[in-house]
Ligand binder design. Structure first.
Ligand code: SAM
Length: 313
């Protein structure tokens, strides 16, 4: 691996230059990104799809016929969707859109080799489902507007961003703009204004579980050392929305539950987590002496959904 190249790409993301430059200048840059930073994004997508399946929300996209991956890069968003679709699925067309023509070609060639029955097309077109991944830090307000209008025809939108405060807050704004036409089904358990958009110090984010093999891998150890990235931490923010008109066709679940947000904060006698529901944000405390089993379970589940009664008990 050309680690200097990977360091250079990462440096671009931190410098803010990624907003201005099309940094996909060669096949080598795309390959270096794909084998390193994009894999971490893939693991986040896999975690979000696990959650959607667990909460029965995958029923909104298992029969999808067309998908748009907006800002596709090397195509890991679609790759992870293809992993979770049933083997006999209806997906026939995938639109891979990016400002960089060579990235669209890279993603198409890579995905085509694995999924011969799917038609991969470079460019954007209205599709039943839109996937958007890790683009908000690179776009100005007018580019975000273009993105929103490109995906607004979709029945289902799944949008994943790094779990930084800045990207999470931008995603909250995206949520607000889409709410007129869409119903948000995850991570939110309600359709009210996002409480994090009301000036809270905290922000909506979660942590994906990295695959265990990386902790035995010299390749990933070197990645971690060279880029100074903690392999244990995979923060993310996401949004899963369906068009309001779909409500007539499907049975929607009751608005219910308190979603646990961010890390569990440990104190001497108790642990605490931020919860979000229709009433806004709350701090939920778990006494070490009384809630041992619940805490153990919560540590394994970054997206825990609690009921009112379980919080009070
Ligand atoms: C950090 S990469 C993420 C790539 C991919 N979605 C992923 O999750 O690995 C951001 C991508 O957004 C693309 N991008 C940035 N601004 C864009 C714009 N205004 N229109 C289209 N694509 C854009 C970049 O070219 C790049 O491929």
């Amino acid at each position: 691996m050309d680690w200097e190249l990977v360091q250079k790409i990462r440096g671009l993301y931190f410098s803010g230059k990624a907003q201005i430059d099309n940094y996909w200048q060669s096949q080598e840059v795309l390959e270096a990104y794909h084998e390193t930073l994009a894999q971490r994004i893939l693991w986040k997508w896999q975690e979000v799809f696990r959650l959607l399946k667990r909460e029965g929300l995958d029923r909104y996209f298992t029969e999808v016929e067309s998908v748009l991956d907006w800002g596709c890069g090397t195509g890991v968003a679609v790759e992870s969707l293809l992993e979770v679709l049933p083997s006999r699925n209806s997906l026939s067309q995938v639109f891979l859109y990016d400002r960089s023509p060579i990235s669209m070609a890279f993603a198409r060639n890579r995905l085509k080799a694995k999924h011969e029955s799917v038609g991969f097309v470079d460019g954007k077109s209205p599709a039943a489902m839109s996937l958007v991944s890790h683009v908000l830090s690179e776009m100005n307000p007018s580019q975000i507007k273009t993105c929103l209008s490109d995906i607004a025809g979709s029945q289902v939108i799944l949008w994943l961003e790094p779990g930084t405060k800045d990207c999470s807050q931008k995603l909250s704004m995206v949520r607000q703009q889409l709410m007129a036409q869409y119903r948000v089904l995850a991570p939110c358990t309600h359709q009210r204004t996002c409480p994090f958009s009301l000036g809270d110090d905290d922000w909506c984010h979660f942590f994906a579980e990295p695959p265990s093999f990386i902790f035995q891998s010299s390749y990933w150890r070197e990645f971690s050392d060279r880029l100074n990235i903690d392999l244990h931490t995979l923060p993310l923010s996401f949004l899963f929305m369906i068009k309001k008109e779909m409500e007539t066709a499907v049975q929607l679940d009751e608005e219910d539950g308190i979603r646990c947000i961010g890390p569990i904060r440990k104190h001497k006698a108790y642990s605490e987590v931020v919860g979000c529901d229709a009433e806004g944000l709350c701090n939920i405390r778990f006494l070490k002496s009384r809630h041992k089993a619940k805490l153990k379970q919560m540590k394994k589940d970054s997206f825990a959904l609690l009921t009112e009664s379980s919080v009070k008990s």
